[in-house]
Design a protein around this ligand. Structure first.
Ligand code: HEM
Length: 430
């Protein structure tokens, strides 16, 4: 990895490493202190050096200016005079992710094809299915009075939904959920992480087989939509389609699971909030926005600076890397008064947890639908659940997504509804 020379005059925070173990425990304290003592943009010397934007206004400015802050990942070595575009991750990943690591106009090709699948009517069309999945999951535990929300619900529903949405068979949902989960929460040098990454090959195989099958037998879903677009003249390769399928599956699992976990934990700590949501389930929509702000699942993603520029009083150079720290911006008190307080009535609540600008999360309405359906179903069927707060475990590693590995809870047992989700192998415990 090439080492960027520390920029002259840069505000340096030498302990800031978003992949390090201290970050998992200390990050919100760090954001607060750094914002107060150093400012909204600073330089971390790790991984060859990168900027970090933690201020709301500064992050928004960068996220909305894709020409200066590029998402591109170019795998070839740059020619003399060119800069290295390193995509969304620090350190950079060895593959290019279509759409997420493209800039317009290339990015537009993907977004245009996917947009109808993520439209309001399309999302509404999934409401019944998400409800069925929520009830089927709760049926597995409802008579026992015990559940681990992370393993038995919040990882599972987003995984099955994502697989169905992309259009691949769902029998291996438990494996897919677990592998995505482990790949994002275990430390990079943990051997179990490599096992999980290898396990994701099973998902890639399913995607590849589905692409073959859908070439002659179109159905609904992301894969068929991309093949239809190819028929209309879009130059998508099978490999591109497979990577896009993988992105859509992966992007919505741990992220959605994380915000659900935060809400379930907070609603144990704050009976007043739980009562409000029970009394008025329509409040869950605005509660979702506040839980997203309070504990943004996606901590941060990076960009490559394409021209010399200034941000937050720092001088950024062409070719520098910068991390846009969504979770920190969501706690910037210049934008959100008393940011550490969960306030369901917070208005405006223009949080940054879904990003901003052209790459703003295309799946945000699905995340909201899953959140509303699952939280309201739990409050209806397990209204007195109590999370064992001492037994909750967070991700060992954050890097990109911060969530929970275990959320054990107890509740007064209730009746099964006998809901059949129509998934082969159900119920399959992880
Ligand atoms: C709480 C849940 C979620 C969070 C926190 C989240 C967060 C994000 C963020 C921050 C971005 C912006 C990336 C950037 O600026 O570079 C993004 C993009 C994206 N998200 Fe989500 N997301 C969530 C749920 C979902 C779901 C459910 C799906 C799919 C069904 C999804 C699919 C995507 C895709 C495909 C992109 C790329 C968009 C583009 O590059 O134009 N996300 N997400």
């Amino acid at each position: 990895m090439s080492v960027a020379e520390t920029p002259t005059g840069a505000t340096i925070v030498d302990y800031f490493d978003h992949n390090g173990p201290e970050y998992v425990r200390e990050r919100y304290g760090w954001y607060r202190e750094i914002m107060r003592d150093k400012g909204p943009v600073f330089w971390s010397p790790h991984y060859g050096g990168y900027w970090v934007a933690i201020g709301y206004d500064e992050l928004m400015e960068a996220a909305k200016d894709w020409e200066t802050f590029s998402s591109l990942r170019v795998l070839e070595e740059p020619k003399p005079g060119e800069i290295a575009y390193k995509g969304l991750f620090v350190p950079p990943r060895d593959k290019h992710q279509p759409m997420l690591e493209d800039d317009p106009p290339e990015w537009e090709k993907w977004r245009e094809v996917l947009a109808p699948l993520f439209s309001i009517p399309a999302v509404k069309g999934w409401r019944g299915r998400i409800q069925t999945l929520a009830d089927a999951c709760l049926d597995r535990s409802i008579e026992t009075g015990r559940i681990d929300f992370a393993h038995e619900l919040t990882n599972i529903v987003p995984a099955i939904f994502s697989m169905e949405f992309v259009g691949i068979p769902t029998e291996t949902y438990a494996e897919v959920a677990e592998n995505h989960h482990k790949a994002s929460h275990l430390q990079a040098d943990d051997p179990r992480r490599q096992v999980a990454l290898d396990g994701l090959a099973g998902e890639r195989r399913l995607v590849a087989e589905t692409i073959e099958a859908r070439k002659t037998d179109r159905r609904s879903g992301v894969i068929s939509a991309l093949l239809n677009a190819r028929d209309r003249g879009h130059a998508f390769t099978d490999e591109d389609i497979a990577k896009l399928g993988g992105l859509v599956i992966g992007a919505g699992i741990d992220t959605t699971s994380a915000v659900l976990g935060t809400a379930l934990i907070v609603l144990t700590q704050r009976p007043d909030l739980r009562q409000r949501l029970k009394d008025d389930p329509s409040l869950t929509a605005q509660a979702f926005e506040e839980f997203m702000r309070y504990s943004a699942p996606t901590q941060g993603l990076c960009r490559t600076v394409t021209r010399d520029t200034e941000l937050g009083g720092q001088k950024l150079r062409r070719g520098d890397r910068i991390m846009l720290c969504f979770a920190a911006a969501c706690r910037d008190e210049r934008q959100f008064p008393s940011p550490e307080v969960i306030d369901l009535d917070r208005r405006p609540n223009l949080h940054a947890a879904f990003g901003a600008g052209v790459h703003r999360c295309i799946g945000s309405m699905f995340a909201r639908l899953e959140f509303e359906t699952l939280i309201n179903t739990i409050l209806r069927r397990m209204p007195d659940y109590q999370v064992d707060l001492d037994a909750v475990r967070s991700f060992e590693n954050v890097g990109v997504v911060a969530g929970y590995t275990t959320i054990p809870a107890t509740f007064t047992p209730g009746p099964r509804l006998g809901v059949d989700p129509g998934i082969e192998g159900w119920p399959l415990k992880v």
